[in-house]
Design a binder for this molecule. Structure first.
Ligand code: SAH
Length: 351
């Protein structure tokens, strides 16, 4: 008999499940509380459940979907990368990023990614499959257990994969993270980053979750963006901007535009003009991100020609945007920017 992954359930689905097992509904809340509040990975610890139920749950369900394979501290930039393995032997990564009072967890939604963005290490891996709800929430629950429940203050969906192409699992994971029963994270501490899937941006707006959203823009011009991000040929910048306007209106949140700084490609004066024109159409801010070279992965073609903008050009670019009254964030890092730290996740198999 294949076991059910209990972490795949939202609280609502867990209610249905316990009723199926012939249990009263409040058992679902007790179990949910053990999973998300006590960060329990063992039914035997769930002492307010009858022993017979604990046994039945152990026989019928899995309480853990991932294993931690390796932890890699980066002392220079202060981040810690977690490598996890799935039950079917795939590997995925998440990154812990401490920054002052907050600690952000950057997590993955897919094994690999189908979008093939030319600057991104994950794109080079190709796409294997979507992660399940359980695999998404376990990246949080396993790291939270290592660091203590209240240490992780923010979650960004900026790891491997495109969250809006794994829409159902992404929103159910968010429902679990933010559930009031376990005093989870507040919705404004969760950011979904997307390459731009307009109908799913609208669906997320309608979901009522009201999390923050970030668009990986990287160029205000369709011809350039088509080259950097092939998905732009399917969903143009304008279609995404329209969807984001809807998102901002519906959720009353400010949109973040992520913008990698690529030498000679998107750091010119005309890019300042184009970017200002686009972003001033909606409540927004721009995060300028230093490009972390992926040369070590030996990309071919156009990807091989990409290099980071010099740091002086990045600050001039920021100043020119600010002169147009645009909010710009710029971190003068060696890579401790969140997107830079987690945007280049890729598993490099040991030879
Ligand atoms: N698919 C989603 C989430 C994953 S990428 C998206 O496209 O937004 C998360 C962020 O990392 C994006 O802004 C992406 O552009 C950035 N990123 C990707 N490769 C990078 C690199 N080599 N250096 C710095 N940031 C990178």
């Amino acid at each position: 008999m294949t076991k059910t992954d209990i972490k795949n359930f939202t609280l609502e689905k867990l209610l249905d499940y316990v009723v199926e097992l012939g249990q009263p509904k409040y058992r679902a809340e007790q179990i949910f509380n053990w999973l998300y509040n006590h960060l329990s990975f063992d039914f035997n610890e769930m002492e307010n459940l009858p022993k017979s139920l604990r046994m039945e749950l152990s026989q019928k369900t899995n309480v853990q979907t991932l294993n931690i394979v390796r932890k890699l501290d980066s002392p220079l930039i202060g981040t810690t990368k977690f490598l996890f393995s799935t039950k079917d032997n795939n590997e995925i990564e998440a990154v812990i990023i401490p920054e002052g009072k907050r600690t952000t967890l950057c997590l993955s939604t897919q094994v690999g990614c189908p979008l093939n963005c030319k600057f991104c290490a994950t794109g080079l891996m190709g796409f294997t499959r979507n992660l399940t709800v359980g695999e998404i929430v376990d990246q949080y629950l396993l790291t939270a257990r290592e660091y203590g429940k209240n240490t992780i203050t923010n979650i960004v969906f900026m790891g491997m994969g495109e969250p809006l192409l794994n829409y159902r699992a992404t929103i159910e994971a968010i429902e679990n993270f933010t559930n009031e029963l376990t005093k989870g994270l507040s919705r404004n501490r969760i950011t979904v980053s997307t390459a731009g899937i307009p109908d799913k941006i609208r669906a997320l707006a309608d979901s009522g979750l009201r999390v923050k959203i970030a668009l990986s823009l990287h160029s205000p011009f369709n011809d350039v963006r088509n080259k950097l991000m092939p998905v732009n040929k399917k969903y143009s910048i304008e279609e995404n901007i329209e969807a984001l306007k809807y998102y901002a209106r519906k959720t009353r949140t400010r949109i973040t535009f992520e913008y990698l700084m690529l030498d000679g490609i998107n750091d010119r004066d005309e890019d300042v003009q184009g970017l200002a024109h686009l972003t001033s159409q909606l409540p927004s801010k721009i995060n300028l991100i230093p490009f972390n070279s992926i040369a070590h992965m030996n990309p071919g073609g156009f990807a091989a020609s990409l290099s980071p903008s010099p740091i002086e050009r990045i600050s001039e670019f920021a100043d020119k945007l600010r002169a147009k009254n645009i909010t710009v964030m710029l971190r003068n890092t060696q890579g401790n920017d969140i997107a830079a730290a987690c945007g280049q996740l890729a598993i490099q198999k040991k030879l």
